[in-house]
Write a protein that binds this ligand. Structure first.
Ligand SMILES: Cc1ncc(COP(=O)(O)O)c(C=O)c1O
Length: 402
């Protein structure tokens, strides 16, 4: 059956006036439908409950871009349907074209880039390539769980260095722990605490780890790079391109709005990247992801608009929580980490009853803090109304958050 571009857009559109609004509406509707298909216990996460008629869910639990890919990327996906029968090495554009486009963005070469089915593949491959029973992982606690999860599965040593009192990665103890480690995971901004370190701190960190432990690989995960507004921050990609044993992981899942397309990459010196490329599953990115990513790389306007939108809605949500007496950590991402003075589960379950789905537990702060992703302004207006009801009065069963 052939589906024209216009026909496809008609199928997914919601009949609103502008094409962008149509697509946004369709995405919001699709996010709603998918909820009912969520499987219980999938990935250890509970299924979202079915809601009473008239209550629309708000999914602010996974740090996704609520508006999805830009219009140009969507058009490119539709235009690529005829290539669906090709393998990604043989398609137009191909996986190699995407690696070239990513490399060109950083004035690097194709051998400096390895593509992944999301950046999680890069993280997993880095664990397999660089850690061993003798040389473990150093990460922050809490931080993104893929690397520590792999350490546990592989039985490799794991050191989680608690974040500092401002919920930032704690530099000094992480450097101390890095000696003899296989891999240091440095998430900047850090998920779930949303804090960031400036470029000078990151460069110093890398230099000192390299001095103390030259064979240790430093993986700087910049999944939320585009959302940072702190002027002291800069990407570590140039640092990774010139420094042995350093790589940066990036993803199209966040500001680019392509979490469902599964495209990420690692970038660094060729001798570092080749160790990950060896572990890559053949044809790990789809032809639709490839074309959407290449198109998005040339659509800076979409990223600029998304970042401006997130910054505005983030400020609104921070203020609403502040007004309630629950001040989030300093957020440089599309989510907030908030001391809610009760267990995250209690807060999560109460919000879910009103159709608002917030983040999972993040030990060691699961008794005091919740992670809230930034949705659309409409969603956050509704969500903060729900927070107002749920959080007031504070029924502390865990004591006051530090
Ligand atoms: C810090 C961090 N890194 C990596 C990922 C993985 O993203 P993906 O596999 O979708 O690229 C996430 C997802 O939430 C994340 O928060």
């Amino acid at each position: 059956m052939s589906v024209s571009r216009r026909g496809f857009l008609h199928i997914v559109g919601s009949g609103r006036t502008s094409p962008r609004q149509e697509m946004s509406g369709a995405f919001l509707a699709a996010r709603g439908l998918e909820a009912h298909l969520a499987e219980a216990g999938h990935n250890g996460r509970a299924a979202r409950p079915l809601l009473p008629p008239g209550v629309h869910e708000i999914r602010i639990n996974s740090n996704e871009n609520p508006l999805g890919p830009g219009r140009a990327a969507l058009d490119a996906i539709v235009g690529t349907f005829p290539e669906a029968g090709r393998y990604p090495f043989n398609s137009t554009p191909s996986e190699g074209d995407l690696a070239e486009a990513v490399a060109a963005k950083f004035k690097a070469k194709r051998e400096n880039v390895v593509m992944g089915a999301g950046s999680q593949e890069i993280l997993k491959s880095a664990m397999r390539a660089f850690t061993s029973p003798a040389r473990g992982l150093v990460t922050a606690g809490p931080s993104f769980e893929t690397c520590p999860g792999m350490a546990k599965k592989l039985g490799h040593p794991l050191t989680e260095v608690r974040v500092d009192s401002a919920f930032r990665l704690d530099i000094e103890p992480m450097i101390a722990a890095a000696k003899g480690a296989g891999l240091v995971f440095f998430n900047n901004p850090n998920n779930p605490t949303a804090t960031v370190h400036g470029a000078t701190t990151v460069a110093d960190f890398v230099e000192r780890v390299r001095k103390a432990s030259p064979d240790t690989v430093v993986l700087i995960d910049e999944a939320y790079h585009d959302y940072v507004t702190d002027p002291s921050y800069r990407t570590a990609v140039p640092l990774a391109l010139e420094t042995p044993n350093v790589l940066v992981a990036r993803t199209f899942s966040k500001a680019y709005g392509m979490a469902g397309m599964r495209i990420g990459y690692g970038i660094g010196r060729a001798d570092t990247i080749s160790k990950l490329a060896r572990l890559k599953m053949p044809y790990n990115v789809s032809v639709f992801g490839i074309v959407a990513a290449i198109t998005s790389l040339h659509d800076q306007t979409h990223i600029d608009e998304e970042v401006a939108r997130n910054t505005e809605v983030r400020a609104f949500t921070v203020k609403a929580l502040d007004d309630l007496g629950f001040t989030p950590t300093s957020s440089q991402a599309n989510f907030l980490f908030v001391g809610i003075q009760r267990p995250a589960k209690e807060f999560r379950d109460a919000c879910a009853k009103a159709g608002v789905f917030v983040g999972r537990d993040f030990p060691p702060f699961e008794k005091t803090h919740a992670r809230i992703s930034i949705g659309t302004m409409d969603e956050m207006v509704r969500a903060t109304d729900v927070f107002r009801n749920v959080l007031r009065p504070a029924t502390s069963s865990a004591g006051k958050a530090q």
